[in-house]
Write a protein that binds this ligand. Structure first.
Ligand SMILES: *Cc1c(COP(=O)(O)O)cnc(C)c1O
Length: 461
């Protein structure tokens, strides 16, 4: 085994980390994770950390779960990979059946890929092609509607329907055109409107944009209930249903990106269930394999799928697929994940963890540097500000969100910020005692990081 210092050097010399400002990153000596055990990650030097972000929002039952481990090992002994192009394979068939049984009743077909980004990318292309091939073709439908500050992944199509200025701004000229509607979140609403008036305007604006461009719209893409990467922005009740009603009225496919919110995170298996919404396309990834292996799926209705049927020579095929589409190991992990989900009555655990997070985070309600604690199910965002009444952000150079994660790490807990929003994303199966530890350490880390900044400012003055 390579010794920790050599690993550190090689990491700095050769690994380009995602979403990382590399010049700062290389000085930070981040933990190099070597093993995992339950809800802990263990680094090359043997230090343990509680995994407070479920390995970037995908881990479901913890690490080293015997039943998932066994399922993957058994599958390895049979076959690790064979293609879905021109062939089929057992686990991908069984998983498709399972997913269709679980998903909203509108969905009956499963198209596999490898990541959330590719699941969204496939959905966009399917919707676009559908309008050109359906029985009453509408080839003029060429625009997607998406929300401000949306995040749907990092490939060019999913960035096109994304809207986070920091991540996406620089690529503006290489992206396709979209129609944007405002995310219905009111924390930073314009001063001339009340919170309620601003939200009402957001509902109206969605309606106006969709009505005005109704025959040009190929699809409406959204993250149901919660915009995760925007900073855990929780939508007001009824917004998802509102978009479903508007899209239905105009024959526009609704693409639900449940990559983050799917598999129990918001309290139900799928977020769409909470507003009785039946999407036309549904994207899942992150939690699908229990967070074990890269696997994603785009689910579709019969109505959409049928537009791709016909004589092979007609070319109505969906000409899209990846080498590892429907990978048997990923599908075996996913089947074990979903079985365990049911056996362990995980939705009940999630309901308990939701309540626990809520009560434990209550102490932040009056915190002078917390603008808002947002929570839906077991997804939490704590937005830090320099001045609470004015909602003045901390200066960017302070990297306050980052400082909090460093302070938490020193206390043995991994969290990750989105700007100055501290995100808590415990695995759904995390026991309540560990939820308590996650929250306690996070609050301590927030206070430590802020007092360190204040101290250095006093010293500098
Ligand atoms: C993470 C995420 C994606 C992208 O998934 P990857 O597997 O990282 O490509 C897409 N949509 C949402 C809502 C996400 O949270």
């Amino acid at each position: 085994m390579t010794d920790p210092q050599t690993l550190r050097n090689w990491d700095n010399e050769h690994v380009w980390h995602p979403f990382a400002p590399m010049s700062a990153f290389r000085t930070e000596e981040v933990p190099i994770i070597e093993r995992a055990d339950g809800f802990d990650l263990i680094d090359a030097e043997g230090r343990r950390y509680l995994d407070g972000i479920s390995s970037l929002w995908c881990n479901v039952h913890g690490h080293g779960v015997p039943k998932i481990d066994a399922a993957v090992k058994e599958q390895i002994d049979r076959m690790s990979h064979s293609t879905l192009l021109g062939l089929s394979n057992t686990p991908s068939i069984e998983l498709a059946k399972r997913l269709v049984d679980l998903a909203p009743a509108s969905l009956s077909k499963v198209f596999y890929s490898d990541s959330g980004s590719t699941a969204v990318e496939a959905a966009l292309k399917i919707a676009y092609q559908y309008h050109r091939q359906k029985s009453n073709p509408e080839p003029q439908r060429d625009l997607f509607v998406c929300l401000s500050d949306a995040y749907h992944g990092d490939t060019v199509g999913s960035v096109s329907v994304g809207g986070m200025p920091l991540f996406h701004g620089i690529y503006r000229n290489m992206l396709f055109e979209t129609l944007r509607i405002p995310a219905p979140v009111a924390l930073h609403h314009p001063p001339e409107l009340s919170k309620e008036a601003y939200l009402a305007w957001c509902f109206q604006e969605a309606e106006d944009v969709i009505n005005e461009h109704a025959d040009r719209i190929a699809g409406v893409v959204m993250e149901p209930l919660v915009q995760g990467a925007a900073g855990i922005w929780v939508h007001p009740p009824g917004y998802l249903k509102h978009l479903r009603n508007l899209t239905e009225k105009h024959g526009i496919p609704l693409i639900a990106d449940e990559v983050a919110v799917g598999f129990g995170r918001t309290g139900t298996m799928f977020a769409c269930e909470q507003e009785d919404v039946f999407p036309d396309l549904l994207c899942v990834a992150k939690g699908l394999s229990g967070g074990y292996l890269p696997l994603a799926a785009t689910l579709a209705t019969d109505e959409i799928y049928d537009a791709f049927l016909g004589e092979p020579s007609e070319g109505r095929t969906f000409f899209h697929g990846h080498t590892f589409t429907g990978n048997p190991l990923g599908c075996a992990a996913a089947l074990a994940n979903l079985q365990l989900f049911e056996e362990s009555n995980l939705l009940k655990r999630i309901a308990e963890n939701t309540e626990r997070l809520k009560s434990r985070l209550g102490v932040l309600a009056d915190h002078p540097h917390v603008a808002e604690v947002r929570q839906k199910g077991i997804m939490v965002g704590i937005e830090l500000v320099a001045n609470r009444p004015m909602l003045t952000p901390f200066p960017k150079e302070l990297r306050m969100g980052h400082q909090v994660t460093v302070a938490a790490r020193e206390r043995g807990v991994i969290v990750r910020p989105l700007g100055d929003v501290i995100v808590l994303m415990p695995a759904p199966a995390m026991p309540v005692e560990l939820i308590d530890r996650l929250v306690d350490v996070t609050i301590e880390a927030i206070d430590t990081a802020i007092s360190q900044v204040q101290l250095s400012q006093t010293e500098g003055a």
